[in-house]
Design a protein around this ligand. Structure first.
Ligand code: MOS
Length: 692
C-alpha cells in the first residue's frame, strides 16, 4: 500500500452502498425524475433499409387529443454535427431499417405510441447490402481502430515464418453480431429553460454526454447539465449518446419549458444503441518443433455501418500476448446499410481472444503439448507490441494457479476420451487479457462538512457495478477515516469532471483523483478541519503509460458436456483466475468478473443477432428469441484473483475488472468442446448442429 493510503476500507467485502435504495425503488434512474406535466416521445422508425422518405402524412396523428408535436425532417431544428449516427432528421435519406424518420410528442405514452402509429411515411427505396459478402464496395481500411490503435502492424516476415514452420495453424474464426441488452433500456429526459438544457440521460459518462450533446446542438457546454446518478447497466452502449437522446433533446427544444421523456423499447435496443458487429478473423500461427512461436498473424474483416465508421481493436491482443519475431495484423471493414455498431464489453479483446486462444489450442494439439505449457513457452519478456517492459504481468501464475484449483491435470488430453451417461466431457483453457487504462482529465473535491463527515464529489458514473461503494472505500482510506464518514456525490456535470465508466478505467481514473484530493486536503487542513474546508484537485498524469505496457491477465478453465446423440452443449463449470492488481472490494469485484464470464458463456453458446437478409434487419430483436444466458444455463462459475498490487498504475494498485472476465471465456468453452468431442467449432455461437 502506498503511503497515501491507510489500508482499512480497501479490500473489505462491503455490500453495495446503493443496494438498499435500489431494492426500495428509491434510487432515481434517469427516467424516474419527478417532473411537472412531462411529455412523452415515441419515434417512427424506417420500414425500409435504404432510400428516401418520399412523404410524411402526420394529419391523423396531429388530430389526436394530447399530441403536442410531430417532428420530421421537414420541421426538425438544424444540428451542428457531421456524425452520421447523430444527424437525426436532417435529411429524408434512410440508411438502415429502424432509423428514426419521425417522432411524436404527446401527454401520455399511450397517446404518443398511438399517434406514432398513425403517422404515414412513404419511401423511395434503393438496393441495399447488409452482410459482408453482399458488400459491393469492397473492404475499407480505417485510419485507426477503436481506442486509437494502429489499423495494421507488420513486424518481421510472417509469410516466411509460416513457410518455414514445423507446425502451423491457418484458420478462420467468426463471431456473431451481438447486442448490448442492459436491464435498463436507454432513456433520456430533456428540458430547455431559456437557452439552458438539462438532460437526465442513462449514461456511462455524464461529461461525455454533455460534450456530445453540446456539440450536436451547438451550445457552450456550460449551458448543458447532464445528470445520471444511477444506471441499470450499459456494457458500452451507454458510453456515448445515440439517436434517441438527440431526438428527445430536439423535441424538447421545440417545446421550451416542457420536459420530454423517451425510453427505448427492447426492440429499439436492437437498432438504435449500437452492438458488437459480426466479424471473421483469419489467424495464422507458425511454430518450431517444440511449440515456440515464430509467427502470429491476425487479419480481421468486420461489418460496420456506411454512415459512421466503427472499427473494433480486434487484433490488438494478438499483438501483445505471445513472443514471436514475425507478427502481422490488419483490420478491414465492410461498410453496410446496417445500424451503427459500438462498444460492447471488451470490444476487440472479446472477439479477438476467442480467435487467438482457440488457435493457440489448435496449435498445442498439433505440436502435441499441453496448452498451458505452450502458453508458458511463449511468454514474452517485454511487450511485443511496444517493446516496453510490462508494468506487471502474472499470466503464467494465473495459468498454473488456476490449473491447480480447477483440477486441469485430471484430464486425459486425448479428445473424446471421457463419457458420462451419454455426455462427452471435456476441459478447456484460454488466457484472458485487457489493458489497464487510466484516463487523464479527472478531478475531485473533498469537503469537510461537520461531525467527522466528508463530502467527496466527482462526476463519475456507477453502471450498477459498484462505483458508489468502491469510491467511498478509496476516499475513506485516502482520508484515513471510516467508510461511513464519506458522503459521495457522483453522476452530475455540476460535480468535478470525470471520464467514462468504460474501458474498465473508471475506478482507476476516478480513484486517483479522489486520492489526490484527499492528500491535498490533509496537507492543507490536517486532521482537525473546520466545517466547509474544501480542496479541489486534478488527478496527476499517468506517467507509467509512457514507460510500461499496462495490462491485466487471467486464465479461464471450462468443463463442457456435449450430448453424444443430440449435440446439446452444457457448461457445468467455469473457473477464472485473474491478475487484477489490488482488489478494492471483493464482493463487487467478484460480481464483475463472474458477470463478465457469464457474458462470455452467453457469447459462446447463445447470443446471435440473426440478420434477415431479405428484410435487412435483425430477425430476433427481443429477449424471447435473442437468448442471453439465464440461470438454467449457468452452473458453477467461480472467479479468484492473485491479489498482487501494481502501484505503478494508480495509487490503489488496482487493475480494471469490468471487461477482462469476458475475454477468453468463449475460447475456453470452444476448446473444452473440442476436447469433449474432437470437433473444432470456429464460429460462434456454439450450437448443437455444429457437433452433428
Ligand atoms: Mo465498456 S464496452 O468500455 O463500457
Amino acid at each position: 500500500m502506498t503511503d497515501q493510503l491507510t489500508p482499512n476500507a480497501i479490500g473489505r467485502d462491503v455490500a453495495r452502498a446503493d443496494g438498499p435504495l435500489k431494492v426500495l425503488g428509491a434510487a432515481p434512474y434517469a427516467y424516474d425524475q419527478p417532473l411537472t406535466d412531462p411529455l412523452y416521445l415515441c419515434t417512427v422508425d424506417a420500414t425500409v433499409v435504404r432510400g428516401r422518405v418520399a412523404g410524411v402524412d402526420a394529419s391523423a396523428a396531429l388530430a389526436m387529443d394530447g399530441v403536442e408535436l410531430v417532428l420530421t425532417h421537414e420541421n426538425a431544428p438544424e444540428l451542428s454535427t457531421e456524425d452520421g449516427e447523430l444527424r437525426v432528421l436532417q435529411s429524408p435519406e434512410v440508411h438502415f431499417r429502424g432509423q428514426v424518420v419521425a417522432a411524436v410528442v404527446a401527454t401520455t405514452t399511450e397517446v404518443a405510441a398511438a399517434a406514432a402509429g398513425a403517422v404515414v411515411v412513404t419511401y423511395d427505396t434503393e438496393p441495399f447490402a447488409v452482410t459482408a459478402g453482399s458488400d459491393p464496395a469492397g473492404l475499407h481500411a480505417p485510419e485507426k481502430v477503436n481506442a486509437g490503435y494502429p489499423t495494421d502492424t507488420d513486424d518481421g516476415d510472417l509469410d516466411a515464418a509460416v513457410a518455414a514452420a514445423a507446425f502451423t495453424v491457418d484458420e478462420e474464426y467468426t463471431t456473431a453480431r451481438t447486442h448490448n441488452n442492459p436491464l435498463e433500456p436507454h432513456t433520456t429526459v430533456a428540458t430547455w429553460t431559456g437557452g439552458d438544457l438539462h438532460v437526465f440521460e442513462a449514461s456511462q459518462s455524464v461529461f461525455g454526454a454533455r460534450r456530445v450533446l453540446a456539440g450536436v446542438f451547438g451550445l457552450d457546454p456550460e449551458r448543458v447539465r447532464v445528470t445520471c446518478p444511477y444506471v441499470g447497466g450499459g456494457f458500452g452502449s451507454k458510453g456515448s449518446p445515440h439517436a434517441g437522446a438527440v431526438v428527445t433533446v430536439m423535441a424538447a427544444r421545440m417545446l421550451p419549458g416542457r420536459s420530454v421523456k423517451f425510453a427505448l423499447t427492447r426492440r429499439q435496443m436492437f437498432r438504435l444503441v449500437g452492438y458488437r458487429p459480426r466479424m471473421t478473423q483469419r489467424v495464422r500461427l507458425a511454430a518450431a518443433p517444440d511449440g515456440t512461436l515464430t509467427g502470429v498473424g491476425v487479419d480481421v474483416v468486420q461489418e460496420s455501418a456506411r454512415i459512421k465508421e466503427y472499427a473494433e481493436q480486434t487484433a490488438v491482443a494478438a499483438r501483445m500476448m505471445y513472443a514471436a519475431p514475425n507478427r502481422r495484423t490488419s483490420h478491414r471493414l465492410a461498410l453496410l446499410d446496417i445500424p451503427v455498431p459500438t462498444w460492447m464489453r471488451a470490444p476487440g479483446e472479446a472477439p479477438g481472444m476467442f480467435a487467438l486462444e482457440t488457435a493457440i489450442d489448435e496449435l498445442a494439439a498439433r505440436v502435441g503439448i499441453d496448452p498451458i505449457a505452450l502458453r508458458v513457452r511463449n511468454e514474452p519478456e517485454r511487450d511485443p507490441a511496444t517493446g516496453k517492459p510490462f508494468s506487471s504481468r502474472h499470466l503464467v501464475d494465473c495459468l498454473h494457479e488456476g490449473a491447480d484449483r480447477f483440477g486441469w491435470y485430471d484430464r486425459d488430453p486425448r479428445p473424446r476420451s471421457r463419457r458420462v451417461n451419454g455426455w462427452l466431457v471435456g476441459y478447456g483453457v484460454a488466457a484472458s487479457t485487457y489493458p489497464a487504462y487510466r484516463m487523464p482529465a479527472n478531478s475531485a473535491v473533498v469537503r469537510y462538512t461537520a461531525d467527522d463527515r466528508y463530502r467527496v464529489e466527482i462526476g463519475a458514473s456507477d453502471l450498477g457495478t459498484g462505483a458508489w461503494t468502491a469510491l467511498a472505500q478509496i476516499a475513506a482510506d485516502a482520508l484515513g477515516v471510516p467508510q461511513d464518514s464519506i458522503d459521495l456525490a457522483i453522476g452530475d456535470t455540476r460535480l468535478p469532471r470525470a471520464t467514462v465508466a468504460g474501458g474498465s478505467s473508471g475506478t482507476a481514473s476516478w480513484g486517483t483523483a479522489i486520492v489526490e484530493a484527499a492528500r491535498a486536503f490533509r496537507d492543507k487542513f490536517g486532521r482537525t478541519p473546520e466545517p466547509d474546508d474544501e480542496v479541489f484537485a486534478d488527478a496527476p498524469e499517468n506517467t507509467a503509460a509512457k514507460d510500461f505496457a499496462l495490462h491485466g491477465y487471467g486464465a479461464q478453465f471450462a468443463e463442457v458436456r456435449v450430448h453424444e446423440d443430440t449435440g446439446e452443449i452444457r457448461v457445468p463449470r467455469l473457473y477464472g483466475m485473474f491478475d487484477a492488481g489490488r482488489v478494492i472490494n471483493p464482493r463487487t469485484a467478484r460480481s464483475q468478473l463472474v458477470g463478465g464470464m457469464t457474458m462470455g458463456l452467453s457469447m459462446a453458446l447463445h447470443e446471435d443477432s440473426v440478420m434477415d437478409t431479405a428484410l435487412g434487419h435483425t430477425a430476433n430483436p427481443d429477449l424471447g428469441e435473442y437468448h442471453i444466458a439465464a440461470n438454467a444455463d449457468v452452473h458453477e462459475i467461480r472467479a479468484d484473483w492473485l491479489g498482487i498490487p501494481d502501484e505503478r498504475l494508480n495509487p490503489m494498485g488496482s487493475k480494471g475488472i469490468g471487461e477482462i472476465g469476458i475475454t477468453g471465456t468463449a475460447a475456453a468453452i470452444a476448446n473444452a468442446a473440442h476436447h469433449a468431442t474432437g470437433v473444432r467449432v470456429r464460429e460462434l455461437p456454439i450450437t448443437l448442429d455444429k457437433f452433428l
